[in-house]
Design a protein around this ligand. Structure first.
Ligand SMILES: Nc1ncnc2c1ncn2[C@@H]1O[C@H](COP(=O)(O)OP(=O)(O)OP(=O)(O)O)[C@@H](O)[C@H]1O
Ligand code: SF4
Ligand SMILES: [Mg+2]
Length: 335
């Protein structure tokens, strides 16, 4: 399975990140009859330098596990993560250390991802100190990062509990930026924040990725947020990508029945369009990844399912020749 969509930076430039058949199986617990969980099942995509890919899907579909394997907080069961031309999926922690500068993660819950016993100066400067930057220089750079994320250097000597959720997430972003990364995995970076603050943090991330030329895997369940920040979008269902392509195309004309259902739940800003919006309500919850249905794993919930769907798993392919997207469905919408 290949994912060929996505801009390149020059005629011969390779992607910054090439994920191929990435798979994560969590073992069942020994001594109990608990089946292994195939949390991520053969995920493939490319990410060009400076590009943002949104990764969406219902809770439990494998978004965080995918992100964690890419930054190597988890070692994949199978498949590869090729970063800047080098397969990093099996590197030892020691061999990974110099790469940690370039691959950073922003987490969902800003407070629990910041050590409550450390000052902000320590938190933001720590990745620099680990890389051997002298303490005085690290503090100076931390002060500059505070300003970059909309805080003030005076905040450096406070502890995380003194900050609101939005401010704490700005600190988390400053820490992620400290080492000058080229790729950020942002795992639901605004979903724990008040709605009023979400737009500010989304705007900050959007500005930073443009100014700093960062590539970003932006994980979210809120499709309106993803639409704002990403160039392309990938939709996951039960551990697999079911649709991936240019944002404008996918949002304007979703080809997979699951994407259509997800998008039909997003409120529209135009009141007339909102009144006319037709919601597709999916039956039931997603099945357990410990016992996925045969064939197309979406078939028990799919309004278009036919016999072949129950037998054969559809592969990702381009539904209309020349389109910059791929869909895993036997009967994609092509209009
Ligand atoms: N350490 C683990 N051990 C066993 N199963 C796990 C582990 N981590 C995740 N899982 C399972 O793997 C599947 C995917 O989880 P994951 O956290 O990647 O989903 P997600 O799409 O990020 O969900 P959410 O939107 O709720 O954050 C789920 O069924 C989850 O229960
Ligand atoms: S392959 Fe069949 S069941 Fe699966 S999404 Fe397409 S139409 Fe629905
Ligand atoms: Mg998650």
């Amino acid at each position: 399975m290949t994912a060929t969509t996505g801009p390149k930076t020059g005629p011969d430039a390779g992607p910054l990140l090439a994920v191929r058949d990435l798979t994560m199986t969590f073992p069942g617990r020994r001594g109990r009859r608990r089946a292994a969980v195939r949390a991520v099942d053969g995920v493939s995509f490319d990410l060009a330098p400076g590009e943002t890919l949104g990764l969406v899907g219902e809770s439990g579909c494998g978004k965080s596990t995918t992100g964690r394997m890419i930054v190597r907080l988890l070692e994949p069961t199978a498949g590869s993560v090729v970063y800047a031309g080098r397969d990093i999926s099996r590197l030892s922690q020691r061999a990974l250390k110099p790469l940690r500068r370039e691959l950073q993660m922003v987490f969902q819950d800003p407070h629990s991802s910041l050590n409550p016993h450390q000052t902000v100066a320590r938190i933001v400067a720590d990745p620099l100190l680990v890389q051997g930057v002298p303490a005085a220089e690290a503090r100076e750079r931390a002060a500059g990062l505070m300003e970059l994320v909309g805080l003030v250097p005076e905040h450096l000597d406070r502890f995380p509990h003194a900050f609101s959720g939005g401010q704490a997430q700005r600190i988390g972003i400053a820490r992620a930026l400290a080492t000058g990364p080229r790729l950020i995995v942002a795992d639901e970076p605004v979903s724990a924040l008040d709605v009023s603050v979400q737009a500010q943090i989304v705007g900050l991330l959007d500005r930073l990725r443009r100014e700093l030329g960062l590539a970003c895997l932006f994980i979210a369940h809120d499709l309106a947020v993803v639409k704002r920040v990403c160039d392309r979008v990938a939709v996951m269902y039960l551990g697999r990508i079911v649709e991936i392509g240019d944002k404008d195309r996918v949002y304007a004309a979703p080809a997979h029945p699951y994407t259509r259902a997800l998008l039909s739940a997003v409120p529209l800003p135009d009141p007339a369009a909102e009144r006319a919006r037709e919601r597709i309500v999916l039956a039931g919850d997603p099945p357990s990844p410990a016992a996925p249905p045969p064939g197309c794993t979406f078939h028990p919930r799919c309004p278009k399912a036919q016999d072949v769907c129950r037998r054969e798993a559809p592969l990702l392919r381009v539904p209309v020749p020349g389109e910059r997207r791929e869909v895993a469905c036997h009967f994609p919408e092509t209009g």
